[in-house]
Design a protein around this ligand. Structure first.
Ligand code: CO8
Length: 301
């Protein structure tokens, strides 16, 4: 992957220099230029605003009510990330939510409840695909976590290079799978270990811990807390720091850190899908999921 990063040769130092040369005398990019170069694309569930003058795309998830990751939504995410990845002028990606109070509720539980093994397999392949695309991205990636982010939502933010969360004690983040009577697969676990270390992951996964923003910061699950209305602006400012590093050096370093984890899933994709389907279609697991869904509805009532 490091080689791929090199060969694809995202802008690198030359890119940084050419970007500087398009600035005015105060070092700012002209607003006219920004307006001309902004490149937006919207699918039903995702809004992407790509500013060519900065090389940064903002991807907003808008899948009501809680940005749960269904097969359809995961597919849209993958297509959009792939498009940005192919566009060499896009160097940074900020992922955020357009929904109030929720970044993402994680995997769509309805995709795992009462579905055929074939459909479950297709769904799980899409979950793997999203993780692979984001975790191995050559772009610098920042999660602007402007709401709760349990389970798959937490995983999604863990694929990013940096996490900024709204400092609102009502929000939580964590891999809470055991609370649903299900088990986070090895690559969820590996991603968390790579972020917060073995001991914190062991506690978090066994107990299905959902952390408040302050607790998440303390354990290293997020990197920074800011007032809710500053999540996106802080992410944008932070991104310029990441993009000041020559791309090839940053990409090769990222690849060096993440490659063993990615390779592990790549060489076990089929068996991981089989494990998931075998596990999720078990009667006892289906019962747990059914009870959890009921609990969600009751809590609302
Ligand atoms: N999937 C499907 N529907 C969901 C989900 C979800 N993940 N989360 C919420 N919903 C539904 C609710 O049931 C509710 O539906 P309805 O309107 O029909 O009653 C609607 O969305 C709105 O939910 P809330 O009223 O609860 O919304 P709030 O804004 O009050 O709260 C939260 C938002 C905090 C996100 C809350 O909804 C919540 O805690 N949701 C559950 C989150 C969760 O536990 N997700 C785990 C999913 S499993 C996963 O991601 C990894 C699985 C790994 C599998 C490994 C197997 C081997």
């Amino acid at each position: 992957m490091a080689l791929r990063a090199c060969l694809r040769g995202r802008r690198g130092l030359t890119g940084v220099l050419s970007q500087l040369s398009s600035c005015n005398s105060h070092g700012r990019v002209s607003p006219v230029l920004i307006a001309q170069q902004r490149n937006n694309s919207t699918s039903q569930k995702i809004q992407v605003d790509f500013d060519q003058s900065t090389g940064v795309a903002v991807m907003r998830m808008q899948n009501p009510p809680v940005n749960s990751l269904s097969l359809e939504f995961l597919t849209e995410i993958c297509i959009n990330v792939e498009k940005l990845e192919m566009d060499k002028s896009c160097r940074g990606l900020i992922i955020t939510s357009d929904r109030p109070k929720v970044f993402s509720a994680g995997l769509d539980i309805l995709e795992m409840y009462g579905k055929t093994p074939e459909r479950c397999a297709e769904f799980w392949k899409a979950v793997q695909e999203m993780w692979l695309k984001l975790y191995s991205s050559n772009m610098a990636t920042i999660a602007a976590i402007n709401g709760s982010s349990p389970a798959g939502g937490c995983l999604m933010s863990l694929t990013c290079d940096y996490r900024i969360m709204a400092d609102n004690p009502r929000y939580t983040i964590g891999l809470n799978e055991t609370l649903l009577g299900i088990v986070a697969p090895f690559w969820f676990k590996d991603t968390m270990v790579n972020t917060v270390g073995n001991r914190s992951t062991e506690l978090a996964l066994q107990l299905g811990l959902l952390y408040s923003p302050a607790e998440a910061l303390k354990v290293g699950l997020v990197d920074q807390l800011v007032p809710e209305d500053q999540v996106l602006t802080t992410a944008t400012k932070t991104m310029s720091k990441w993009l000041a590093i020559p791309d090839h050096a940053r990409q090769i370093t990222k690849s060096m850190m993440r490659k063993p984890t990615i390779d592990r899933l790549m060489s076990n994709r089929e068996s991981d899908i089989k494990n998931f389907v075998g596990f999720i279609t078990k009667g006892s697991v289906q019962k747990s999921l059914g009870m959890y869904l009921e609990m969600l509805k009751k809590r609302k009532a």
